[in-house]
Design a protein around this ligand. Structure first.
Ligand code: ZN
Length: 279
């Protein structure tokens, strides 16, 4: 008897491990079910081991995929609330310039609940895979996202405390820092979601996520700059409608930013759903 089996024969009964059903070859998509992890794909000759790499989301723990999917769904709920509150409040300011409460001043409970929802959702999305802690530690995109999330939470907590204790002098500076950290966390979450494309793997998802990321960076810059910079710019050039114009830029950029993010979350959920169905 020969030492090695020809690739077209089923694995020997003494084989310690077989590739589980529904495991496609990462190169050509051939179903490797029942073959040896040490063998080669009968279709393209690629190493079967690659299909079982823990890096691939299909081989991650099902609990991890479920958590990512739930986190993405929860983030979509937050995005819907954020669109509603940001645009509603800015529209109120635009229509009634004399009346200017922020969401925070008018409805602190709604504001804090929405913010807490965001932290929970982002915490879930940035969770490490418990079945592969070393891989989770090495994931720079995930770690950067978490660090920014922590920094954002601390800045927000300081802002909330400062607001409650009426130290208005510090409000603006802390609010600005918190807003910048929020924008950085938002972009970091998109970069992290895009990095999942390599683990799916899906070029199509990566391409679409890249477009969304670029659109978002532009909208974030416009959004952050809309109030202070655009207002100042229009004012210095004597354009009378500076408040209306900057409010409009603020609303449009916010809508574009949140809709782009919502779409990315939708694409992510669809990919995760496919992976769950094949598990
Ligand atoms: Zn193959």
């Amino acid at each position: 008897m020969s030492v090695s089996n020809p690739p077209d024969l089923p694995p020997t009964p003494t084989s310690a491990q077989e590739i589980p059903p529904g495991t496609p070859c990462p190169r050509c998509g051939y179903d490797l079910a029942g073959l040896s992890p040490d063998g080669q794909c009968p279709e393209c000759g690629g190493a079967n081991r690659n299909a079982l790499s823990p890096y691939r989301l299909a081989n991650a723990s099902p609990a991890f995929i479920k958590r990512l999917h739930f986190g993405a769904a929860l983030t979509q709920v937050w995005v819907a609330l954020a669109i509603a509150s940001t645009i509603t409040w800015r529209a109120v300011l635009l229509l009634a310039p004399g009346y200017s409460p922020t969401v925070w001043q008018y409805s602190p409970l709604f504001y804090i609940c929405t913010e807490l929802l965001r932290y929970v959702a982002w915490w879930l999305i940035s969770s490490p895979d418990p079945s592969n802690p070393s891989l989770a530690r090495r994931d720079k995109c995930r770690r950067t996202f978490r660090i920014l999330l922590f920094a954002n939470l601390i800045a927000d907590a300081v802002f909330w405390l400062a607001s409650l204790s009426r130290f208005y002098v510090y409000d603006f500076a802390i609010d600005t820092i918190a807003t910048i950290l929020f924008a950085a966390s938002l972009i970091a979450s998109m970069v992290y979601l895009r990095s999942l494309a390599h683990r799916i793997p899906s070029d199509r998802f990566h391409r679409r996520a890249t477009i969304i990321l670029r659109v978002s960076i532009v909208t974030v810059v416009v959004h952050l700059g809309a109030s202070p910079l655009l207002t100042g710019f229009l004012f210095s050039f004597g354009l009378g409608n500076y408040f209306e114009l900057s409010s409009l830029a603020y609303i449009i950029s916010a809508a574009a930013m949140y809709l782009a993010y919502f779409f990315l979350l939708h694409l992510t959920r669809r990919e995760l759903k496919n992976i769950q169905e094949q598990m």
